[in-house]
Design a protein around this ligand. Sequence first.
Ligand SMILES: O=C(O)CCC(=O)C(=O)O
Ligand SMILES: [Fe+2]
Length: 190
Amino acid sequence: RDILSEYTVRCRKIANLFLQNLAKLLDLHEDYFVNMFDENALTYARLNYYPNCPKPDHVFGMKPHTDASVITIVFIDDNVSGLQLQKDGVWYNIPILPNALLVNVGDVMEIMSNGFFKSPIHRVVTNAEKERLSLVMFYTMNPEKEIEPLSELVDEKRPRRYRKTTTNDYIAQLFETFARGTLAIDTVKI
Ligand SMILES: O=C(O)CCC(=O)C(=O)O
Ligand SMILES: [Fe+2]
């Protein structure tokens, strides 16, 4: 528990640094996103355990999905690969890098940036010989807070591409679409 608590504090620093750089890329004040996380904002930690699987061709560790977070930090297993990312319809392996963290843009960032940043579709494949672990931190805002494209990023040339939602509603949507095998982000696209 103490270790996870310390990890959370340290990861928050990385998350903030990442959020500051995303803001800068959008020509926003560097603390724009960081300041959107109020005292009711939630960070979820998920520990994933994927047992080895005799039929890796038939069983996913985790089905294709996007994350409902603003951003996600993944601490990937040092020994076993398995996380894959989809780009232009092709699946790519995320390589194993010892002690590396992977920072992912989530759907809420895609919505707020009006599609400037894309939340990548990813999945986890299983391994016949080895089990695998990951520790994933999901940074989300106050569950009741309205999420929508930032007015600074909407104009005639780039009209609003996503409907308004809240983290609460969106997470519910994510679980539903995940079960159906569709994408939550498609339900808020205009
Ligand atoms: O296990 C991983 O590497 C990633 C897991 C993941 O995508 C998730 O928990 O949302
Ligand atoms: Fe994920």
